[in-house]
Design a protein. Structure first.
Length: 156
C-alpha cells in the first residue's frame, strides 16, 4: 500500500533466529518478554499473544528444563524461532533422552484429576495451533497463527 510520500509500505520480512538458554527457570520470564516484543513487531497481539503464546511457550520451556534436562545447569535448551506476519513457529529442544508424548495420561480424565503430570502438555496442545514432537521426544515444534484457524460448525 503506498504511503503519503509515495513509497510503498510492506509487512516486515520473515525472520529466523536462535536462542541458546541455560536450564534455569529464572530465564523463562525474560525470554517470554523478549519473544512477545518480537511478535508484536509482526502484528501479533491480544489474547493469542498474551495468553496462548505466553503460556504455551512458558510451559514448553519449563518442561525442557525440568524434565528434559532434569534441572542440570550445564545442559542447554535451544529455541529456534521463525516469525512472519502470519505465524510464529518455535522449535524447543533439550539435551535429554526424550519421552513419548502419547504415553502422557490425559489430566482431564476422571482417574487422573488428582494425579500430578500432563497438565503442561495439555495446555500447550490446547493453546497452540500445532504441536509436533520429534521422534526422540526431546524437541517440540509449536506454531501459533496470528489469526485463529477457521473452525467448521458442528453438525454441518
Amino acid at each position: 500500500m503506498p504511503s503519503r510520500a509515495g513509497c510503498s509500505v510492506s509487512a516486515p520480512e520473515p525472520i529466523e533466529f536462535v536462542l541458546d538458554l541455560p536450564s534455569d527457570l529464572r530465564v523463562i520470564e525474560n525470554v517470554i518478554v523478549y519473544l512477545v516484543a518480537r511478535c508484536q513487531a509482526y502484528g501479533f497481539g491480544g489474547a493469542r499473544l498474551n495468553l496462548n503464546f505466553r503460556v504455551g511457550v512458558t510451559e514448553a520451556l519449563a518442561n525442557a528444563m525440568l524434565y528434559g534436562n532434569r534441572r542440570r545447569p550445564e545442559r542447554r535448551v535451544r529455541v529456534e524461532v521463525a516469525l512472519s506476519t502470519a505465524r510464529v513457529a518455535l522449535r524447543i529442544a533439550d539435551e535429554g533422552q526424550g519421552f513419548d508424548p502419547a504415553r502422557v495420561p490425559d489430566p482431564t480424565a476422571a482417574e487422573n484429576l488428582s494425579r500430578p503430570g500432563g497438565r503442561g502438555l495439555f495446555l500447550i496442545r490446547k493453546l497452540m495451533d500445532a504441536v509436533e514432537f520429534n521422534q526422540a521426544g526431546n524437541a517440540v515444534r509449536l506454531v501459533l497463527n496470528r489469526e485463529p484457524p477457521l473452525r467448521r460448525p458442528t453438525g454441518v
